[in-house]
Design a protein around this ligand. Structure first.
Ligand SMILES: Cc1cc2nc3c(=O)[nH]c(=O)nc-3n(C[C@H](O)[C@H](O)[C@H](O)COP(=O)(O)OP(=O)(O)OC[C@H]3O[C@@H](n4cnc5c(N)ncnc54)[C@H](O)[C@@H]3O)c2cc1C
Length: 506
């Protein structure tokens, strides 16, 4: 950087990042009267962070269908009459969160997320975010009625793209300034209070005076070195499913001024994804189109022709996050999901997209000839598996117990012999979604220092909040956490600035 300059204008609040958490913070602070600048490291056509790449699934607590209908006023009485919507209480949400994180989620943060979830999604609606029912993934039809399950019935209209378009429009309408190609690189403090922020812009560094900052610039999932350092060397090879811009800058800046780390720095969310998915998220192909989540109906083999997990241990929801990590451990970080014609029509829609990579042949022998694998061992493994499949009733909608005998690893459910051509092999690798490493934040969104005291004027939200997710997360909670802690952090920052100004003038 050749030049350093000080920007002439100053702000009450600078929000670092322009994903869901950041824009919720900006809108919340602006409606409380603060003058707000949003810094986006990405150019405008790549704005919106991981939030842009989501399928928009968003998890919140609700009592019944009438709570859901308040979010989607267009849902007709006729449509509503055919919907069965069991309650998903704050206790249900809390229990799910604690169950999938092995009881490790920090209780006060988990409670804040869960208890504020409905109020926050209603607030998003008031600001124009539109929602719709997620019939495809979260309901089944029985006797003309749609039964929703799993506490995740709602997604944002037009998925993550729609969410981010609305939030940007709303923020701009409220008078929030947004600067693109602007990477925050340093926080400055005096007497433990935020005074300014330095950013890199067009080969220059610019310093902007501000009374407060909300860090909402993601974790370090897109930073190879930090992945290797904190999660493990093999994570250098992971595909980045979302934005390339979440390289841990916010964490680095905050730690440099004494913030405390929190949460599982050695952990991340990851999945099995198409082997040829882009190495970082492609903003021209948003939506979660590369995931390959039908593996419970498959057997998965590595290049050596060996199986390495129980593909049918449980429903996808409960195994997909940990199996991404298992795929990464395999030679060349690749595995092949095998299907025959019996199950091919049951695979999820992503398998039918033109972006899906697969090999197809009429016989198993012809299929393995197409793969760069130990062919002899492949055929042996498939033959041993076929011999081990138990008789029984096959039913992919329940844990059918139709597994294998005397096979290691076993396949516990949904085992059918692979015997009816054509046969299909889908190569997959590991894609990281986001890293769990974050900062210590309280329920006001304030960032704490090593003595667990707030750093005055510094707030954080979204992936930057450590201590909520460990090992796994209940699907749809990433967006909700960003919205809840973003809204909180924005309101807290605005109130901090008001108090500060009042103290100065009085
Ligand atoms: C493919 C995919 C699908 C997903 N699907 C879902 C889903 O359906 N539901 C769900 O709840 N979660 C989902 N998630 C997880 C979800 O995306 C995240 O939990 C959530 O969006 C994080 O929001 P955030 O605002 O914290 O971060 P982001 O949305 O990633 O925003 C971070 C922002 O910070 C910017 N930035 C980074 N560094 C700097 C810097 N130094 N200066 C300025 N700006 C900076 C980035 O450019 C970006 O704009 C999915 C993730 C992926 C990758």
């Amino acid at each position: 950087m050749s030049n350093h300059s000080t920007h002439s204008s100053s702000y009450d609040l600078v929000v670092v990042g322009a994903g869901n958490a950041a824009l919720c913070a900006a809108i919340s602070a602006r409606e409380a009267g603060a003058n707000v600048l949003v810094l986006e490291k990405a150019p405008e056509h790549k704005r919106g962070g991981n939030s842009y790449f989501t399928d928009g699934a968003i998890r919140f607590a609700y009592n019944d269908l009438s709570d859901i209908r308040k979010l989607m006023p267009d849902l007709s009485d006729e449509e509503a009459a055919n919907i069965v919507m069991p309650e998903y209480s704050t206790n249900n949400y809390y229990d799910d969160l604690l169950r999938v994180t092995g009881g490790k989620s920090t209780p006060e943060l988990a409670n804040h997320l869960v208890n504020e979830s409905y109020q926050t999604i209603s607030w998003m609606r008031e600001h124009g975010v539109e929602f719709e029912l997620n019939y495809n993934n979260q309901s089944f039809e029985k006797e003309g009625q749609y039964h929703f399950w799993g506490g995740l019935p709602v997604k944002t209209k037009n998925i993550g793209m729609g969410l981010m378009k609305t939030l940007f429009e709303r923020a701009e309408k409220l008078g929030v300034d947004v600067w693109y190609d602007s990477q925050a690189i340093e926080l400055k403090t005096e007497n433990n209070q935020i005074t300014s922020i330095v950013l890199a812009q067009n080969e220059q560094t610019v310093e902007i005076s501000t009374a407060s900052a909300v860090l909402a610039c993601g974790s370090f999932e897109a930073n190879k070195q930090m992945r290797a350092e904190h999660i493990g060397k093999e994570w250098e090879a992971a595909i980045v499913r979302g934005t390339e811009f979440n390289t841990g800058d916010g964490l680095t800046m905050a730690l440099a001024i004494g913030a405390q780390r929190h949460g599982e720095w050695a952990g991340c969310h990851s999945i099995g994804t198409d082997y040829n998915a882009p190495k970082v998220g492609d903003f021209t192909k948003p939506g979660d189109i590369f995931k390959k989540h039908s593996y419970p109906l498959s057997i998965m083999l590595n290049k050596e022709g060996k199986r390495f997990v129980d593909e049918g241990a449980d429903f996808r929801n409960y195994t997909y996050a940990k199996y991404g990590r298992e795929i990464l451990k395999q030679p060349d970080h690749v595995a092949y999901q095998f299907y025959d014609q019996q199950v091919r029509p049951m695979l999820r829609k992503e398998y039918n997209l033109e972006e899906a990579t697969y090999y197809q042949a009429d016989t198993l022998e012809e299929l393995v000839e197409k793969l760069d694998v130990n062919k002899e061992q492949f055929l042996k493994t498939i033959s041993e598996y076929n011999d081990a499949v138990k008789e029984g009733y096959y039913n992919p909608t329940v844990k059918d117990g139709k597994g294998t005998t005397d096979l290691t690893p076993p396949k516990t459910n949904w085992a059918l012999p692979i015997e009816q051509g054509p046969f299909y092999a889908f190569p997959v690798t590991c894609g990281i979604t986001f890293a769990f490493g974050g900062l210590h934040v309280n329920t006001e969104g304030e960032v704490l220092n090593e003595d667990r005291e707030p750093i005055s004027g510094l707030f954080a939200a979204g992936e930057m909040v450590g201590g909520i997710f460990y090992g796994n997360y209940p699907g749809g909670s990433g967006l909700m956490s960003g919205a809840v802690f973003g809204k909180t952090a924005g309101a807290s920052a605005a109130s901090y600035v008001q108090n500060k100004n009042t103290n100065i003038t009085s």
